[in-house]
Design a protein. Structure first.
Length: 480
């Protein structure tokens, strides 16, 4: 546990000193965050506008950290938010099909937790499953708002989001994925702003986004976490996550206090596709024509464990005529040539030799992981390390290659002094850590139709390099 927790340790075990460091870094980033929000055209969504994610906890019960998630049901979306203090009535959500007519309302389920250094945590997490009329077509734009616990009514602005897509082969689908984000260490806030702007430019085309573990980096040292970091993360993500459902996988930096903050603050689909799923740690969902299986590399996964049995059943049960594309998500990578923990992600290592073999046998198309704060993607490769196809068009187009492409997209904004092993393994196709002196941060996007899947890596906007938002650094296409 200590070793895992120390992986991205922030350089001090003194929590007070750490808190001061975070505050200083946050102050330095604040002007930039406000400028980025301004430049991206982000609307101010509430009293916690895009530039206000560094704000401390309030005391009056205003709603903040709003995000939506898929539920597994076609006409339901889960909305979650946080309040601090306030003496008023319980929070509620209101929703409808026109911004001015939010006729459906429900009182929120409230929960909380109190772990962490420097005073624990004293907010309230609110959850409502918004159920829309079943006659609405898939992808209908719907509207919602949430209220806080203020002495007098206090509501968020009205947000809009699209209902889930129809599940089926013909549904073109867009899913954004990345891992290892954080807030001000140093660029998670910038990636979040870029993701929000990209989702807005896509104008409803993004079906979901999925962070593949190591979300907020609230942890410090091996055993302690400072919960206000989670609040900063929640505010940072709001602008993106009110407009596109946010799904999550668990990373080693969620483990503090038995994963308490991760479990309480986020949702995984309530309707599991196969029995034995563990909602927050191993679960699956369908989005359009993609089946996403999310595993936990922070829990036992070898043959004989409950997770392995569930993964085997889930992957085997996928109906490829319904969801032709199969994506496996994990935090720790299966195959990568990052020097960090190198022997854990090479052929023969436990993860690739167990779940990796399951994935390849099940015909998984893509495996998307993080943990290494770099970008790397392989050629279609069997768990043995054998490359099955070098592809056409300089290795960017693969026709039914018969093996997964393994991706590390730990580029969400957290820093670590990564380096590459040499020589480059024959299965490694593209690896990116720095361009010039700049570390590359960004996110991946999967776009599918019935017969093709395109993956693109988008570099987040950064003032020190040209190219602007959504500068694409890697791209490949799988053809069925
Ligand atoms: Fe990690």
């Amino acid at each position: 546990m200590t070793k895992k927790g120390a992986r991205h340790s922030l350089g001090t075990t003194d929590a007070v000193e750490y808190a001061a460091q975070v505050e200083a870094a946050a102050a330095a980033a604040a002007a930039g965050a406000a400028a980025a929000a301004e430049a991206s055209g982000a609307r101010t969504t509430s009293s916690l506008g895009s530039g206000d994610w560094l704000a401390g906890a309030g005391t009056t019960g205003e709603p903040e950290q709003v995000h939506v998630a898929l539920t597994g049901f076609p006409h339901a979306l889960r909305v979650m938010w946080v309040t601090f203090g306030g003496a008023g009535a319980g929070a509620e959500a209101a929703w409808g099909t026109a911004p001015g007519v939010l006729a459906a309302t429900a009182r929120a389920n409230a929960s909380t937790y109190d772990v962490g250094i420097l005073g624990g945590w004293h907010g309230t997490i609110h959850t409502v499953d918004m159920v829309f009329p079943s006659h609405l077509p898939p992808r209908t734009t719907v509207y919602y708002a949430v209220s806080g616990t203020c002495p007098t009514a206090c509501w968020s602005p009205v947000f809009s989001v699209a209902l889930p897509a129809a599940i089926g082969m013909e549904t073109a689908t867009t899913l954004a994925l990345w891992g290892d984000m954080g807030t001000v260490i140093p660029d998670g806030w910038r990636v979040a702003a870029d993701v929000a702007a990209a989702a807005r430019r896509a104008d409803g085309a993004w079906n979901a986004m999925h962070i593949v573990g190591d979300l907020a980096y609230a942890g410090m040292g091996a055993h302690d976490a400072w919960q206000p970091i989670w609040d900063m993360f929640g505010r940072q993500m709001q602008d993106a996550a009110v407009q596109v459902p946010l799904m999550v996988s668990v990373g080693n930096h969620e483990e503090y206090y038995d994963f308490e903050a991760y479990v309480k603050r986020f949702s995984a689909p309530g309707a599991v596709l196969t029995p034995g799923a563990n909602r927050h740690f191993w679960y699956s969902y369908e989005v359009g024509n993609i089946h996403v299986t999310s595993m936990s590399t922070e829990h036992p996964y070898l043959p004989g464990t409950p997770q392995y049995a569930w993964l085997a059943a889930d992957l085997k049960a996928v109906d490829r005529r319904r969801t032709p594309w199969l994506v496996l998500v994990s935090h720790r990578p299966f195959l990568a040539s990052d020097a960090f923990e190198h022997t854990a992600h090479i052929p023969g290592a436990p993860l690739v030799d167990s779940v990796g073999r399951l994935a390849a046998a099940a015909g998984v198309d893509l495996v998307v992981s993080g943990h290494c704060h770099v970008y790397e993607r392989t050629l279609p490769t069997l768990p043995s390390g054998a490359v099955t196809s070098h592809g056409a068009a300089n290795g960017t187009v693969f026709h039914a290659p018969g093996a997964p492409i393994w991706i590390v997209a730990g580029t969400g904004g957290a820093i670590y002094p990564d380096s590459w092993v040499v020589p480059i393994p024959p299965w490694s196709a593209v690896r990116i850590h720095k361009l010039g002196d700049d570390i590359v941060y960004g996110y991946g996007v999967v776009s599918t139709n019935a017969t093709a899947l395109e993956w693109t890596l988008h570099r987040a906007a950064h003032s020190s390099y040209p190219g602007g938002p959504s500068h694409i650094l890697d791209r490949f296409t799988l053809i069925r």
